[in-house]
Design a protein around this ligand. Structure first.
Ligand SMILES: CC(C)(COP(=O)(O)OP(=O)(O)OC[C@H]1O[C@@H](n2cnc3c(N)ncnc32)[C@H](O[C@H]2O[C@H](COP(=O)(O)OP(=O)(O)OP(=O)(O)O)[C@@H](O)[C@H]2O)[C@@H]1O)[C@@H](O)C(=O)NCCC(=O)NCCS
Ligand SMILES: Nc1ncnc2[nH]cnc12
Length: 264
């Protein structure tokens, strides 16, 4: 399949993974009142042309500022495409960013298969300055004024450390112990939730909410996930915590989609 089709597939697989705490899945809308699984899938499909354009301009392109600025333009258009497909709901802003950069890296080096190399190339692309980036206030910028966090921008510039050191190892470890694909992906997601400074959570909630969510996710993994009663109870508590406060680990969901794209 094309890179664009793989990016869309990764977004769909993330959306369909069930259960997920706070997030939209095939069973319920988590803590979201303005999203549904149909909306997530429609948003994913609408983004295929965006990822295709990114792949085309990036094909065999050297890693430089021109590449950075060309894909930024397409990415910003992609955000508009997303908002028109969802009637204004921000379903995939972080995913356009992460998957856009990773698609660009894969197209620039079509023979490179190693996820670590691809993440590092994407990090180099992200690190060039985009002179045309609007100065407008975003939730990420608001949060970063308050807290020193690794948000979506830094995550990419650093070469996706949370995918490299947490999600990918968790996914491969769970597969190697014979767990189901659903368990492996859920553990990869929770490995992200346990340590990502999710600006979605920090924008709507408090620092104490982020810490509580991170520690419940870590406890779920320590309890061997869905395999044990205590793991299942922790996942239930985490979901309730998110739903009651209308909080959602949207940044971690985007990074899970990026993880799935890297191993496709
Ligand atoms: C450089 C950009 C990432 C923009 O940076 P900025 O800091 O301004 O980021 P945000 O606008 O806040 O958006 C970043 C989205 O990334 C996700 N995210 C959050 N934390 C992390 C993290 N630690 N690591 C990785 N990813 C993270 C998150 O996306 C998900 O949440 C969305 C909903 O988020 P939110 O905005 O909080 O909620 P709303 O419902 O909109 O608002 P409220 O109702 O709460 O008020 C959802 O979409 C998920 O996807 C963040 O939203 C970059 O985006 C950029 O500059 N792009 C320009 C184009 C470009 O250069 N592209 C290049 C390649 S395509
Ligand atoms: N499954 C999901 N639910 C809510 N927000 C998201 N952002 C990215 N994936 C999401």
């Amino acid at each position: 399949a094309s890179l664009a089709a793989k990016a869309v597939k990764a977004l769909m697989e993330e959306a369909l993974l069930t259960p997920k705490p706070g997030l939209v899945d095939a069973r319920d809308n988590g803590s979201h009142t303005d999203m549904s699984i149909d909306l997530m899938l429609a948003s994913a499909r609408a983004l295929e042309d965006t990822f295709r354009e990114i792949a085309i301009v990036s094909y065999l392109h050297p890693v430089d500022q021109t590449l950075r600025e060309q894909i930024a333009l397409i990415g910003r258009e992609g955000e508009k495409v997303m908002l028109s497909a969802t009637n204004g709901v921000n379903t995939h802003k972080g995913a356009i960013w992460a998957l856009g950069l990773l698609t660009s890296a894969r197209a620039a080096f079509p023979r490179e298969r190693d996820p670590h190399q691809i993440m590092s190339i994407a990090g180099r692309i992200a690190s060039f300055h985009d002179r045309y980036r609007p100065m407008q206030q975003t939730n990420g910028r608001t949060v970063k004024k308050k807290y020193a966090v690794v948000g979506a921008e830094e995550e990419a510039k650093l070469g996706f450390p949370h995918i490299r050191d947490e999600a990918l190892p968790a996914l491969l470890r769970a597969r190697a112990c014979g767990k189901t694909e659903v368990e492996a992906r859920l553990e990869a997601l929770l490995a992200l939730v346990a340590c990502v400074d999710d600006t979605c959570i920090l924008h709507r909630g408090q620092l104490t909410d982020l810490m509580a969510i991170q520690s419940m996710a870590a406890a779920f993994l320590a309890a061997d996930g869905l395999r044990t009663q205590s793991g299942r109870k922790l996942l239930y508590r985490l979901s309730e915590y998110c739903n009651v406060r209308q909080l959602s680990p949207g940044g971690s969901a985007d990074l899970l989609a990026a993880t799935l794209f890297l191993i496709d």
